[in-house]
Design a protein around this ligand. Structure first.
Ligand SMILES: *[C@@H]1O[C@H](CO)[C@@H](O)[C@H](O)[C@H]1NC(C)=O
Ligand SMILES: *[C@@H]1O[C@H](CO)[C@@H](O)[C@H](O)[C@H]1NC(C)=O
Length: 373
């Protein structure tokens, strides 16, 4: 069971606040909870103060506020005093970033889709700090992921800097399907995010060897995209309930299009085919690949659990690892039913038995994987 009450609180707190399990959603879905979609059997009404907003055929979500349009990218659910307005430019040094306050930045480099970008700097920054890019789920925002996670709180302990991108698309899914976003320096949302990370390396003294990406659901897919298309920028990726790199590819359609075939786990390829999608994203790249940790629930009906198997095939092939794990164990700090399969030093795959969309965040474990904690 849990060895740490802290983790228990964190995991359950997130379930309640943000990411409900289907089986807990008997009466009403909480704010940020799923409230509908094909395959959804949980609650279809939302907690007081939130409304059910259809994101796509497969996903509706309880969003705060009455009758707010699903197309807005305006920050929602922002704790008072925790964001500031755009500065009109990106801070030229770490010292010009306000401490302990989510702050929007702009003009940080090529950003063809106008991804909004927010930075969080803790009160005490480590020397040559790591950088973590944390990408939100569909219908989410930078503010929602900021306030619904412990990434910012833990940065106050460990001294890393955070970037929280915010999707520019209606419904706020990420562009994880366009040719542009799936190509190194090819444009799309991924280029905007990579630009901000590069800006941080160049201007803020961030340690280029410790630039990491994490994300949930659509943000998990973006994390796979960043790991596949920008292996020169990102040194590790943590994918919470996402899909393999390139699985959502829909050339010629709007970049934030939903790929039902992939979502439902019907895009089944060989490891070689999956790896080729990664290699094609940045032809000629021969450097190291980011180490990857993927998490998925077996009861996920938004991004079906087959996607876990496809991710395993992809990254084991990219790394040249055997297709079966060298160890696969339960962990004292994870709930029972979670198995941690290790295929090699650079790839782990955690499967959560009976858990739906999405697996709750385990920030402290992520930081361990990233070598921060
Ligand atoms: C690890 O073991 C569990 C059973 O304990 C199994 O369900 C899971 O598929 C295994 N993971 C991998 C990646 O093989
Ligand atoms: C999974 O196992 C590996 C190898 O023992 C370990 O390094 C890692 O911390 C574990 N990951 C999780 C999330 O427990």
């Amino acid at each position: 069971m849990f060895s740490s009450p802290f983790r228990l609180t964190s995991a359950l707190g997130l379930v309640a606040a943000l990411l409900p399990l289907a089986q807990l959603a008997a009466a009403q879905s909480p704010v940020w909870g799923q409230c509908g979609g094909i395959g959804w059997s949980g609650a279809t009404t939302c907690a007081f103060g939130s409304v059910c907003v259809k994101e796509n055929d497969y996903y509706s979500q309880c969003q705060p506020g009455a009758a707010s349009a699903p197309t807005t990218t305006t920050p929602v659910s922002t704790p008072p005093g925790q964001t500031s307005t755009p500065t009109g430019s990106a801070p030229t040094g770490l010292s010009s970033i306000p401490a302990s306050k989510l702050t929007q930045i702009s003009n940080f480099g090529p950003n063809p889709n106008n991804v909004q970008m927010f930075v969080y700097k803790p009160a005490k920054v480590a020397s040559k700090p790591p950088l973590i890019v944390a990408s939100h789920f569909c219908t989410g925002t930078a503010q929602a992921y900021f306030s619904g996670s412990k990434f910012a709180q833990l940065s106050e302990t460990y001294g890393y800097v955070l970037l929280f991108p915010s999707s520019p698309h209606s419904g706020t899914c990420w562009d994880v399907s366009s040719d542009a976003t799936l190509t190194h320096d090819g444009g799309g949302d991924s280029q905007g995010i990579a630009s901000a990370a590069r800006y941080a390396i160049t201007n803020w003294g961030v340690d280029a060897s410790r630039v990491f990406a994490v994300g949930t659901s659509s943000g998990a897919m973006m994390t796979s995209v960043l790991a596949g298309a920008y292996p020169d920028v990102f040194k590790a990726g943590i994918v919470d309930s996402g899909v393999a790199f390139g699985c959502f590819a829909l050339p010629g359609q709007p970049g934030d299009s939903w790929n039902a075939q992939c979502a439902q786990g019907q895009l089944v390829l060989t490891g070689q085919q999956w790896a080729q999608r990664v290699f094609n994203a940045y032809p000629g790249y021969t450097g190291a690949r980011p180490k990857m940790q993927v998490w998925h629930g077996t009861a996920d009906t938004t991004l079906y659990p087959q996607n876990f198997n496809e991710e395993v095939k992809q990254w084991t092939t990219v790394f040249g690892y055997p297709s079966t794990p060298i160890s696969n164990t339960s962990e004292p700090y994870l709930p029972s039913g979670y198995s941690n399969a290790t295929f090699g030093p650079n790839f782990q795959a955690i499967l959560a038995q009976g858990v739906g969309h999405t697996v709750p965040l385990f920030e402290q474990q992520y930081l361990q994987f990233l070598g921060i904690a």
